[in-house]
Design a protein around this ligand. Structure first.
Ligand SMILES: Nc1ncnc2c1ncn2[C@@H]1O[C@H](COP(=O)(O)OP(=O)(O)OP(=O)(O)O)[C@@H](O)[C@H]1O
Length: 305
């Protein structure tokens, strides 16, 4: 996969304080990457380094092959950015705001006409002043602004905070469309559960340092956390199952047998449960979630505010 963004041993300090320390990462074309970490972990600093809004204290940042601070300004026009708190001039209409940002990016207005529909803002809403917008509508306008000019790299800082479930779904639909077109999407978020099925890769930062980077499956392989297996045995085989093998099955209130099985034993445990398919009513395999993995990688690292 061609990398759109590369940080190589990049640090950013403010005085003696290192907001980001020796981070190396690459973001591929068409990849959706979740950037997760506690408050103050360094997520926004990484985004600002990619945008060229701040210079690294050491190391390098390359965006579409250019240094985003000193390189070809055309590269910046290929970036879309939705900041953590969107704030627009309240007296302007959505359409006026989009026209303003389009002129900054030197994009012809004709190319912006479908953006309102794409983010789910009606034509009537587009002509209303932003002060009449709900938080969700402002966030949609922020997304429309970030989508101006069909960016090749989209950086979204906490994009779904404050959005209701329907708006979140709509938002992720737009992200899927962009991914299909080859756009690199970096999503900084605390909403781990909703990222789980949506990100191709997860980067975890803590205290300005990258502590994990991989697909969910990669992270599961590294963390080797137990898998919970639950099954409902048929009446006559319940006792047999409970005794089966060396696995510590316990009976839950709803009649299921369940156990947390070590990563290495997962296949053996499943073979044991399913040896006689007739004897199993239903079976659930619960792999460690992104929440579990996040807690695992942060465990013992300490956090800072
Ligand atoms: N201009 C600055 N001057 C001094 N310290 C800064 C500056 N910008 C960021 N920091 C510090 O760098 C650290 C990382 O900040 P950053 O905004 O990147 O965190 P974050 O992971 O985005 O947090 P959040 O989830 O709360 O938005 C924080 O401790 C912050 O206080």
């Amino acid at each position: 996969m061609t990398p759109s963004v590369c940080l190589t041993e990049t640090s950013k300090s403010y005085g003696k304080f290192a907001a980001v320390r020796d981070i190396s990462l690459s973001l591929g074309e068409g990849e959706t990457i979740a950037l997760v970490g506690h408050n103050g972990a360094g997520k926004t600093t990484i985004i600002k380094l990619i945008l060229g809004l701040i210079r690294p204290t050491s190391g390098t940042v390359s965006v579409l092959g250019e240094d985003p601070v000193t390189g070809n300004t055309g590269v910046r026009r290929r970036l879309g950015y939705l900041p953590e708190s969107v704030s627009f001039h309240l007296a302007l209409t959505g359409r006026e705001i989009l026209a303003f940002y389009a002129s900054l990016k030197r994009i012809r207005l004709a190319k912006t006409h479908d953006l309102f529909a794409r983010v789910g803002l009606s034509e009537i809403a587009a002509d209303r002043p932003v002060r009449t917008y709900s938080k969700g509508m402002r966030q949609r306008l922020g997304l429309a602004q970030a989508l101006l000019g069909e960016p090749r790299i989209l950086l979204l800082d906490e994009p779904t905070s404050g959005l209701d479930p329907a708006l979140r779904r709509n938002f992720y639909d737009v992200v899927s469309e962009l991914r299909a077109k080859g756009t690199t999407v970096l999503l900084s978020s605390h909403a781990l559960t909703e990222l789980e099925d949506r990100a191709d890769r997860v980067i975890i930062v803590n205290g300005g340092v990258k502590i994990a980077d991989g697909t969910l499956e990669d992270l599961r392989q590294i963390a080797r956390l137990p898998t919970r297996i639950r099954f409902r045995p048929s009446q006559e085989t319940a006792n047999g199952h409970r005794a089966a093998g060396r696995f510590p099955w316990t009976q839950s209130a709803d009649g299921f047998l369940e156990a947390d099985i070590d990563h290495e034993e997962k296949i053996a445990a499943l073979s044991c449960v399913t040896a006689d398919p007739q004897s199993v009513g239903s079976l659930t395999i619960m792999e460690p979630t992104l929440d579990d993995l996040y807690a695992h990688f942060l465990n013992g690292q300490g956090t800072r505010q």
